[in-house]
Write a protein that binds this ligand. Structure first.
Ligand code: PBG
Length: 328
């Protein structure tokens, strides 16, 4: 069937024709909004490197969560900052840490809102690494026990989904076992399975105050150059009990999202990370790009690549735009 019999342009003529053959639909159902919780009260502190993103104390966080709920976004991802950091990141599993308090407060008001908790130590350790140090290296197996305690404290505070982002080997199994032993068989695990050692996390480190004090994360996060290794990571995490697997960052790793979608029978999430967000905001602020249009194009591309849902700082902006389009 060749030109002139088949003319692909026929179905591009009007918006209503285009609607009929549209293959990918971005929906608010596919968005999760990340939030940063800090100690204290009355705090709403703008993150300079991420326009539109703030650090909130629990009281102010509630206002923000209300707007998330009003926009019909299905869930939030919580990051916490401690009062005090130490070598072992002990505050990460404190029953009354900002994140644990925030979870209880959110669940009190909106029990239906999905609460996903990021499990990692880098925001809580004085050295900024994602685990317990032995000399200058992160000790994998010593870290597992702490991560399991953190996960348990989140489940007890009401988290629906536990999301380990540390990249230690065996952490999904350690967390699953701890949750099950304590009766949290219904708490799901969203594993950051293919988490690359990426420059795109730059702006996040201001938001979460989590920059490593020496060295980098290459000894635990994945090498940017690898695909087959991502497949092995996902296979391992599924074997260990991951309910959902994630690729992070998203935009520069859509090939990985597609491979995982095709090779595994598990939902796939993608994390559209801080650098991906801030680049768009910065270019839009300069008038170099149409920020809304690029945002929608990026989010659509992540879904088109095969992600079931996206963790993104754009969630509120995108939800607003989708709503406007729906009523136009
Ligand atoms: C914690 C963690 C990081 C991100 C999510 N969880 C930072 C890192 O690994 O350095 C990055 C998120 C973002 O950039 O938006 N380990």
């Amino acid at each position: 069937m060749y030109f002139p019999d088949y003319r692909p342009r026929r179905f591009r003529r009007t918006e209503n024709l285009r609607r009929l053959v549209r293959e990918t639909r971005l929906s608010v159902d596919q968005l999760i909004y990340p939030l940063f919780v800090v100690p204290g009260s009355g705090v709403k502190n703008p993150v300079q490197s991420m326009p539109g993103v703030f650090q909130f104390s629990v009281d102010r966080l509630i206002e923000e969560v209300r707007s998330v709920v009003e926009l019909d976004i299905p869930g939030v991802l919580l990051f916490g900052l401690p009062e005090k950091k130490d070598e072992r990141g002990s505050e990460a599993h404190s029953e009354n840490g900002p994140v644990q308090q925030a979870m209880r407060a959110i669940k009190d008001s909106w029990p239906e809102l999905t609460v996903i908790s990021d499990v990692c130590l880098c925001e809580y350790t004085s050295h900024g690494h994602c685990g317990i140090l032995e000399g200058n290296e992160v000790d994998n197996d010593a870290t597992l026990e702490v991560l399991a305690r953190v996960a348990l404290s989140h489940a007890r505070a009401g988290a629906d989904v536990i999301a380990p982002s540390d990249m230690m080997d065996g952490r999904v199994a350690a967390i699953r076992e701890a949750l099950d032993e304590d009766g949290f068989t219904g708490a799901a695990i969203l594993a950051y399975s293919a988490k690359y050692c990426s420059g795109f996390y730059g702006p996040f480190r201001e938001a979460a105050d989590s920059a490593p004090q020496f060295g980098d994360r290459r000894a635990y996060q994945m090498d940017v150059c690898n695909t087959e290794e991502a497949i092995r990571e996902v296979a391992l995490d599924i074997e260990e009990g991951a309910d959902i697997v994630m690729v992070k960052p998203a935009m520069a790793y859509l090939d990985i999202v597609r491979r995982i979608r095709e090779e595994f029978d598990r939902p796939v999430a993608a994390y559209n990370v801080s650098g991906e967000y801030s680049m768009v905001k910065a270019a839009a602020a300069n008038g170099w790009i149409d920020g809304d249009r690029i945002m929608m194009e990026i989010l659509t591309s992540i879904i088109r690549a095969g992600a079931d849902f996206i963790l993104t700082y754009f969630a509120k902006d995108a939800a607003r735009l989708l709503r406007k389009q729906a009523y136009k």
